[in-house]
Design a protein around this ligand. Structure first.
Ligand code: NAI
Length: 303
């Protein structure tokens, strides 16, 4: 069973995309009375039309977590223009601490996937509060950033999305690190096709596109939801896909005691393996900026 906690824009979109894939039964939990129950009915009716035999249940009670294999945490606030980053950090830390306690109590064997922002910091909070092993607590951000990066490159080069292979690692935020040195167009190194300058431009544009989407429509939910679906599929089917995932580092990439996006093998146990690749100087600079900013946020909150 897959449980989604928080059935707002991202949570409900995710539930509908997951149901269509028929990966497992789905439980929806939210604090708003009626909302998860209503979403469960509506998405169930959609699944019927897909002939996807998935049971959906909605609840306002955390006891519904019992029996979850994967718990996806998307409860909490999205940043509004009137909020500082610090406001968001403090409010969502409170929510994630409370929800993580419930997961520990009702679904002690589950894998926990964090979506709530600031995602890297919230992953760390959930890891510490649950006390689960590090392979079972991780976060989604790099999948979304990578989809934006690949979309941009495919359009710039006039090629199919499917021919662009590349990842964005690091902080899910301003210091995200597109791995241009490791990006290829079906094996052909990106820089050979695009050149040094245009590659740099694409990397810069990738860092800015999230803010553009938020400015235009106030939120983003289709693309993040699909990133989660891909990760869930790799776990449920034990596909062992190599994806950029936020995970706890203990010496890898020269850093410790922080959760941040790196390439991992994702399978039935969650994080099966962390893959270390050498970074170019500019990539290392951004990656380390991300580490510093996540560590500063962690040290400013009470866990
Ligand atoms: P939303 O406001 O539409 O939905 C949040 C839901 O969480 C609401 O339905 C609310 O009632 C619920 N909630 C609040 N406290 C709760 C609790 N204690 N237990 C259960 N449910 C609770 O927000 P939206 O747009 O769905 O975003 C949710 C989070 O996801 C935000 O923090 C946002 O920044 C983050 N996000 C992360 C992305 C990523 O790539 N990691 C991408 C997009 C959004």
């Amino acid at each position: 069973m897959i449980t989604i906690i928080g059935t707002g824009r991202v949570g409900s979109t995710l539930a509908s995309q997951l149901a269509a894939e028929e990966l497992d039964d789905i439980t929806l939990i939210d604090i708003v009375k009626g909302l998860p129950q209503g979403e469960a009915l509506d998405i169930g009716h959609m699944a019927t039309q897909y002939a996807a035999d998935v049971d959906l249940v909605g609840s306002n009670d955390y006891q519904a977590l019992a029996g979850s294999d994967i718990v996806i945490l998307v409860a909490g606030l999205a940043r509004r223009p009137d909020m500082t980053r610090m406001d968001l950090l403090n409010k969502n830390t409170g929510i994630i601490k409370q929800v993580a306690e419930q997961i520990k109590q009702h679904a002690p064997n589950s894998k926990v996937m964090m979506i709530t922002n600031p995602m890297d910091v919230m992953t760390y909070v959930a890891l510490k509060v649950t006390g689960f092993p590090t392979n079972r607590v991780f976060g989604m951000g790099g999948m979304l950033d990578s989809s934006r990066y690949r979309n941009l490159l495919a359009k710039t080069l006039g090629v199919s999305y499917s021919s662009v292979n590349g990842m964005v690692i690091g902080e899910h935020g301003e210091s995200m690190t597109p791995l241009a040195s490791r990006t290829s167009i079906n094996g052909i190194p990106l820089k050979e096709l695009l050149g040094e300058e245009k590659t740099k431009e694409a990397v810069e544009k990738t860092r800015k596109i999230a803010a553009e989407v938020i400015a235009l429509k106030g939120a983003t939910f289709y693309a993040p939801a699909q990133g989660v679906v891909k990760m869930v599929e790799s776990i449920v089917k034990d596909k062992r896909c190599v994806y950029p995932v936020c995970t706890y580092l203990n010496g890898q990439y020269g850093v410790s005691d922080v959760c941040i996006g790196v390439p991992v093998v994702l399978g039935k146990n969650g994080i099966e393996r962390i893959i270390e690749v050498p970074l170019e100087d500019s990539e290392k600079e951004y990656f380390m900026k991300g580490v510093q900013s996540i560590k500063a946020a962690i040290s400013s909150i009470q866990i």
